[in-house]
Design a protein. Structure first.
Length: 310
């Protein structure tokens, strides 16, 4: 078996080794031609060319490469490496492995310590090999810079869109996305398919008779679904009730130090706005009632039992 510790490993040395492929794709990267099908085909072709035994794990992520926190496929690849399930990890491009130099260095060193070899097939780079050291390092820097440029560009576009009076993010219940006539922005417009669910939700809560959970249960019993065609929950009802979008407002970076609120350009039907405002009155009354209730100490069967004597 050939280990990553040998920096002068050649492509011929890979023959007969067990390999797995890692694929990562994200919406921001699609313009660069890094689609999952392209990555898979290149990895399969490389394995055939150099005689690797390619497994069927296909560790896959559809998220940004700036952090590994949400990259379950990547984390599984690391876990399987620790369990010695493969010898070589085949990755289409250095940017698919990581777009953060700190993470790239950390996990390359970890895989190397486990005796694993990483190959970036489209660039012809065997990670850690002396002959590829400079090229690999340059690609790491360029990958991170590209990621920063994309983030800056996206953030600037979102800010400009907000300043123009259009809401960012996914459309809320009762709305769908639609491009403007100029094609410059994707805006939110009323959706005839989910608007009835929104109106029923607001009507129920505005009566003051039902909690978020009860509203969700009633909506589900009546055959209504969320925008994603899922059953309603307490959270999805509450999200609609507190969403100022239904009052004609848009928010930039909600809850952040640079939060901004302004009047939006999106259309809000009169009935939606009226019901939403009634719901706010119900919320305020319930909040005042909750605050005014005397604090009571409830005693349960195990109360006071688990006390550390230190």
């Amino acid at each position: 078996m050939v280990h990553q510790k040998n920096k002068d490993i050649t492509f011929e040395d890979l023959k007969g080794l067990k390999a797995e492929g890692y694929i990562r794709d994200s919406t921001k990267d699609q313009a660069e031609g890094f689609g999952p099908d392209t990555q898979r085909h290149a990895i399969e072709q490389f394995a055939r060319l150099y005689g690797l035994i390619l497994g069927e794990a296909w560790y896959t992520d559809f998220v940004s490469g700036r952090s590994i926190i949400k990259r379950q496929g990547f984390l599984k690849a690391i876990s399987d490496a620790k369990n010695n399930y493969y010898d070589v990890l085949l990755v289409y491009h250095t940017s698919r492995f990581a777009r953060n130099r700190a993470d790239a260095i950390k996990y390359k060193q970890l895989l190397k310590s486990l005796g694993k070899t990483i190959v970036f097939v489209s660039q012809g780079i065997i990670s850690g090999r002396s002959g590829d050291f400079l090229s690999e390092g340059i690609h790491e820097v360029l990958d991170e810079q590209r990621s920063i440029d994309i983030s800056t560009f996206v953030a600037g576009g979102l800010s400009e869109k907000f300043e123009q009076g259009w809401s960012n993010g996914k459309p809320p219940l009762g709305y769908r996305s639609q491009k403007t006539e100029s094609g410059n922005w994707v805006i939110k417009v009323p959706d005839p398919k989910t608007m009835p669910a929104l109106l029923e939700l607001l009507r129920l809560y505005a009566t003051g008779k039902y909690s978020y959970v009860q509203v969700a249960d009633i909506l589900n019993s009546r055959g209504y679904h969320t925008r994603l065609n899922r059953p309603f929950t307490k959270g999805s009802v509450e999200t609609a009730i507190i969403n100022r979008f239904y009052n004609g407002e848009i928010i930039y970076h909600p809850g952040q130090p640079d939060e901004k609120i302004k009047k939006g350009n999106h259309e809000v039907p009169d009935e939606v706005r009226s019901l939403w405002l009634k719901c706010q009155e119900v919320r305020k009354k319930r909040e005042l009632k909750r605050i005014s209730l005397p604090t009571t100490h409830r005693v349960y069967p195990l109360s006071g039992v688990l006390i550390c004597d230190r």
